[in-house]
Design a protein around this ligand. Structure first.
Ligand code: ZN
Length: 432
């Protein structure tokens, strides 16, 4: 990769990483089973009004439960066992009546001006979500609580929505349309999301599963070309993980200025499409975001201290896909570029262990370490174990922890069991 292109690539990844700041990494007493969200955005005011029904269980009988609520203002609480609520900081605390059940259902009505979790565009009728889900829906916003989702979006009839799950209904309501998206598949809340806008489209399918491509300001022919390798990438990641693509469909949306994987779809910066059109081997960010459907969404870091298990993996997998599609030189080019970023951080004396003790206030270098040192260390592990043993271990890890939240210890153990080799000294040197 030429240096200029590399810098652009890094900037994109950095920008994506920059969206991450400290979310709570509490070990929760709550296990949410399902969210049903209703959201009505007001584009001119960067404002949303909504409500969320949360069905959850508690590990013990408890009088209080705490949810993440960003800057949202709660106006009303409903629920058979719900007594009262109070808001403190970015939390909403619910008082529950003493009952003999550990399963509860509450409904919260709220409104607010999300600052980080939703990206508005100066009065234009478009919008998308990025990462900070508790900015726009009240939830248990931690990567180790997975739940199913129903998301209802009330939006003007001139625009359409793309969201996590499958579209079950689109019903006209006056001059608006109410879209109803259902995800009958549990994922962590940070993967929930949606995009609203006016798009050109193209479509494909992979083993009968719809692949949908949306973009602003590109023709359908261009869109088709930009996303032409999606099926191929999907087949590659299925093979490496040993797990079929778990969602019912996959959508990619070119709009705005972020890169964000979400459950069943991804947002990619609008101008990235130009880069792909100019050079069809420029697929790193398409494959990076798709790789997250396995490494991130399906096998999730338990807390943000183990974030490299999401980002290091997706970054490594994009190089591995390039090797498969374009040859070993392309892979080596990517690995060299990752090492260059890592070396630069090291030369500044900012190297740290991949497992962060405290992810409450990461610097730009910290974030880059998670992506690029993370990917480089996976490359080194590949060298250490050899081709067959490494990929066997990667598959064993994915299949063992499919649908779960994991720590680095789980990954190490999976690779050790699979390879029958102690990796203590490798992990001590490169990871801890
Ligand atoms: Zn990523």
């Amino acid at each position: 990769m030429k240096l200029q292109k590399l810098l652009i690539f890094l900037f994109y990844l950095y920008f994506n990483a920059f969206t991450l700041t400290a979310q709570s990494s509490k070990s929760s007493q709550i296990d949410v089973l399902n969210y049903h969200v209703y959201l009505a955005p007001s584009f001119s005011k960067n404002y949303i009004e909504g409500n969320v029904s949360i069905k959850f269980s508690t590990s013990t009988q408890t009088e209080k439960v705490v949810f993440d609520s960003g800057d949202l203002i709660v106006t009303k609480l409903e629920g058979t066992h719900a007594i009262d609520f109070m808001q403190k900081g970015k939390k909403t605390i619910i008082s529950l009546a003493q009952t003999d059940t550990n399963i509860h259902e509450i409904k919260l009505f709220y409104h607010g001006h999300p600052k980080k979790g939703l990206v508005f565009f100066d009065n234009a009728q478009k919008l998308y979500s990025v990462f900070f889900t508790s900015d726009w829906m009240i939830c248990n916003d931690t990567p180790d609580d997975r739940a199913t989702l129903k998301l209802d979006l009330l939006i003007p009839k001139e625009v359409v929505s793309v969201a996590s799950g499958v579209l079950k209904d689109a019903v006209p309501v006056g001059n608006k349309i109410s879209y109803s998206w259902h995800q009958d598949y549990e994922t962590p809340t940070y993967t929930y999301g949606f995009a609203i806008g006016s798009f050109n489209k193209s479509a494909d399918n992979y083993n009968g599963k719809p692949l949908k491509y949306f973009a602003e300001d590109y023709t359908s022919a261009e869109i088709e070309k930009i996303f032409q390798y999606t099926r191929d990438m999907m087949s590659f990641f299925e093979e490496k993980s040993g797990i079929s693509f778990p969602q019912e469909e996959y959508s990619q949306v070119l709009m705005g200025h972020h890169y964000q994987e979400m459950s069943g779809f991804a947002i990619l910066k609008k101008s990235y499409g130009q880069l792909v059109l100019q050079d069809s081997t420029e697929t790193n960010l398409l494959s990076h975001e798709l790789a997250h459907q396995w490494w991130g969404n399906l096998i999730t870091c338990k807390n943000w201290n183990h974030f490299w298990l999401n980002e290091g993996f997706a970054t490594f997998m994009s190089a591995a896909y390039n090797e498969y599609r374009f040859g070993p030189e392309k892979y080596q080019e990517n690995i060299d570029s990752y090492l260059k970023v890592y070396d630069k951080i090291k030369s500044k004396g900012k190297d740290k262990s991949l497992v962060f003790k405290d992810w409450s206030n990461p610097s730009g270098d910290d974030r880059n370490l998670v992506y690029f040192k993370g990917a480089y260390v996976l490359h080194l592990l590949r060298k250490e174990l050899g081709e067959v043993s490494f990929w066997k271990g990667i598959k064993y890890y994915a299949q063992t922890y499919c649908g779960q939240s994991v720590t680095t210890k789980d990954f190490q153990l999976a690779m050790e069991i699979s390879s029958k080799k102690s990796l203590d000294s490798f992990f001590k040197k490169w990871v801890y």
